[in-house]
Design a protein around this ligand. Structure first.
Ligand code: ZN
Length: 294
């Protein structure tokens, strides 16, 4: 089984979930996973929900998160959603080699959509010399997100322990795209069949994508949810969510849409290939991963 790329179709669009690798979140750099992912959860309900997922708060020592980028070939355009983390950790930065195994060269990508400005989503914009990795692409980002990372506000709002890494990545990977940048400030089609959806909360200008072709729907939620438990408890935000007061409303809006439309959903940090459906359950939802046989 090839666990680095996974091909699927949305109508006539040929899509590939492409792994950039994995990254481990653990103390001492990050809080333990149950705190990192569910920062405001009360002890008792948290332990109950974790138990339903065969997890124990005290024993859950590290969160090994997949990083999953997405290629969409619409027939007319070759689109990449997020560029991965580059050299953030020992197991990241595998996007390019995995694209190559699918016969995709960086020059062939004409549109790069960046869902937000975190290191794991923009870290593959530039190589070690600061050159653009996808030189021919138009880069698309939500305007509030671009403004945030290019303002003084970023240094003030970021948690101290992560500030240098986050700002370092933004300073290295955002300025080089500015001459081929297209900023979105409303829910509009970026390309035919690919629509920007406002999803603030994880960051100020975090963006989801609604992809549709021939009546089929794919919702790219990016970091609206980081773990399947966030579907069950949409009010539990993560330590890294920069606008936590907006997290729950955004999740409820996007998950309601996904469940009602029975859309295929792709989530950047979920177990590879990150694809599944959102099923309504009482006042919340549940993640139902697709069956992968290949
Ligand atoms: Zn992320």
């Amino acid at each position: 089984m090839n666990s680095q790329t996974y091909r699927f179709k949305v109508g006539s669009f040929q899509c590939i979930a492409v792994s950039d690798g994995t990254h481990t979140y653990a103390p001492p750099i990050f809080p333990p996973p149950a705190v990192f992912l569910f920062a405001n959860a009360a002890k008792e309900p948290l332990e109950r929900v974790l138990g339903e997922h065969n997890l124990q708060r005290e024993q859950w020592a590290e969160w090994v998160s997949p990083y999953i980028c997405l290629v969409i070939n619409t027939g007319e355009h070759r689109v990449l959603v997020d560029t991965g983390a580059g050299g953030l950790g020992p197991n990241t930065g595998k996007l390019l080699q995995n694209l190559k195994t699918e016969g995709i060269e960086p020059e062939g990508i004409d549109t790069v959509i960046l869902t937000h400005g975190h290191p794991d989503h923009i870290g593959g914009n530039t190589d070690s010399e600061g050159r653009l990795v996808f030189p021919k692409a138009r880069y698309v980002m939500w305007k509030d997100e671009w403004d945030f990372w290019n303002s003084e506000q970023a240094a003030v709002r970021l948690e101290e322990h992560a500030r240098e890494v986050l700002l370092g990545y933004a300073r290295k990977n955002l300025p080089p795209i500015q001459n081929q940048l297209y900023l979105v400030d409303r829910e509009t089609e970026i390309l035919p069949g690919i629509k920007a959806i406002a999803a603030p909360g994880h960051t100020m200008g975090h963006m989801a994508l609604a992809v549709s072709s021939e009546g089929q729907q794919l919702l790219c939620v990016s970091d609206t949810v980081l773990h399947p438990i966030h579907l069950e408890r949409p009010e539990w935000y993560a330590v890294v969510d920069l606008a936590p007061q907006q997290v729950e409303a955004t999740r409820r809006r996007i998950l309601t849409w996904a469940a009602t439309e029975n859309a295929l959903v792709v989530a950047f940090h979920f177990p590879f290939p990150g694809l599944g459906h959102v099923v309504q359950r009482a006042e919340a939802w549940q993640w139902q991963p697709i069956e992968t046989t290949s």
